[in-house]
Design a binder for this molecule. Structure first.
Ligand code: TRP
Length: 456
């Protein structure tokens, strides 16, 4: 990052750190991805699985990454190298760095959908967007889907090129609380629709009969994605963290904030599915389109829906932009730091990657709709590749690295620089045994599932 070139920047303190980490965590993952996964993979039991994983697994990995970053004062590739120059560390560092480059392109495609909906509401098309076919028609129209993807990608790259991330940070400090308030209001509205109670029950009450191994696989992937774990972001942020900031409570606050927004989004969207499509089981497995199909129905049914929709999509767009900007920034800084490219060259390279891979994802619903990668549409494939394959590998590398190269003791010492390590016992058991084992089981089962060896 820029600051690294001069003297390394630092966060002002705990609040600064938590806000920055939460800013990276809160994005489309919470508002768009979490609700559709929860709807599809069992409702309450998915939520419970997710929360348990975040507080044990997620917490362990977050502490490890942050402590690694703070200890070495480097971003991922450098941090891994500085500790010991082995082949493992090189691979561990690079896989961390490549994941954001694969996420950013399809993230921008979804960002484009958000921009499109904002535009439609500004134009007053409240009734049209509420029809169930509207969304499918839009994404299967190659030029319009590609056009909106380019709009979003252009906005992201413009901010990076101009180097005004700090301005965006300031605006997002107002937008983020705004998003929370609006989400509360919308959740209350959605939960009080006739028929919504079933949805609230489905989302909040765990029902074991909905549990399957896929619930765990999906929840784990979502946890990585939403908390921005296993892609080096937290290593970089850790390197900006002061030595007296309490690592443990900071992690808990980030998890609390991130899960809170995910739950609110679930309460906004899932009860609405039950209220607007009663008895339609298929409505719950809409997948990625869920938000774009359900929310327009809510807006259509509420008084002044057009204006609420405009505010809503402006905020979602901002949450998405702040995340895509930091993703792009991470990618650019890897090229700058590791290949010693100029900022301009790095930015152009990131732009090109986004353009090429994003176009594939975007056209995957129209021109390229016959293309199936491992049986998936292109966008789903990139999502699967990063969340279900690469992030488990990357977090496995982190576990091995912490246990065998750095030593768990060193991480514990780093944490204890600022506070007692209350969950040290749990941390040790997780990082040594449970996390690596579990991550491998998840990885192997999702590979086996894709190859059709087992069905989960
Ligand atoms: N966590 C973000 C979200 O929930 C997405 C994301 C993944 C991200 N990796 C990131 C954002 C890295 C910023 C930086 O939408």
């Amino acid at each position: 990052m820029e600051a690294e070139k001069q003297s390394r920047g630092v966060f002002s303190g705990k609040l600064g750190y938590v806000l920055a980490a939460a800013g990276s965590a809160v994005g489309l993952g919470n508002i768009w991805r979490f609700p559709y996964l929860a709807a599809e993979y069992g409702g309450g039991i998915f939520l419970l699985t997710y929360l348990i994983l975040a507080l044990t697994f997620g917490y362990t990995l977050m502490v490890s990454e942050t402590a690694l970053g703070r200890m070495t004062g480097k971003s991922p590739v450098g941090a891994f190298r500085k500790l010991k120059n082995t082949r493992l560390s090189l691979a561990g560092g690079w896989i961390n760095a490549i994941i954001p480059m694969l996420i950013l392109p399809y993230y921008s495609v979804i960002g484009g959908w958000v921009a499109k909906y904002l535009f439609e509401y500004m134009a007053g098309h409240v009734a049209e967007t509420a029809s169930s076919e509207y969304f499918t028609a839009f994404i299967s129209n190659a030029s319009s889907a590609e056009g909106w993807f380019l709009v979003f990608a252009f906005l992201t790259m413009l901010v990076i090129a101009l180097g005004v991330e700090n301005g965006v940070e300031k605006v997002s400090r107002i937008m983020m609380p705004g998003l929370v308030i609006l989400a509360v209001v919308m959740a209350i509205y959605s939960m009080t629709r006739p028929g919504a109670v079933e949805g609230i029950k489905y989302f909040l009450i765990p029902d074991l009969s909905h549990f399957s191994w896929m619930t765990v696989v999906a929840a784990l992937g979502q946890m990585f994605y939403s908390l921005s774990i296993a892609m080096g972001i937290l290593i970089t942020y850790g390197s900006y963290m002061k030595k007296d900031v309490n690592i443990e409570t900071s992690m808990h606050h980030v998890i609390f904030f991130d899960s809170g927004i995910a739950i609110l989004s679930g309460l906004m969207i899932i009860p609405a599915v039950f209220a607007f499509s009663p008895g339609d089981a298929g409505a719950l497995s809409q997948g990625p389109s869920l938000m774009f199909v359900t929310m327009p129905k809510i807006f259509h049914s509420m008084g002044g829906g057009r204006y609420v929709a405009i505010i809503f999509f402006v905020m979602v767009l901002f949450a998405a932009l702040t995340s895509s900007i930091s993703l792009a920034e991470t990618c650019a800084s890897t090229f700058q730091d590791e290949l010693h490219w100029s900022r301009k060259k790095s930015t152009i390279m990131v732009g090109l990657i986004v353009l090429v891979l994003g176009t594939f994802s975007s056209l995957g619903f129209s021109t390229l709709s016959n293309v199936r990668l491992l049986g998936m549409q292109i966008l789903d494939f990139f999502d699967f590749l990063t969340n279900s394959l690469m992030m488990p590998i990357s977090s496995f590398a982190i576990c091995i690295f912490v246990v065998y190269v750095v030593g768990v003791k060193k991480i514990a010492e780093e944490v204890k620089l600022s506070s007692a390590f209350r969950f040290e016992g749990m941390y040790k058991v997780f990082i040594k045994y449970i996390a690596p084992f579990f991550v491998m089981v998840i990885l192997l089962s999702s590979i086996a599932n894709v190859l059709g060896i087992i069905h989960i």
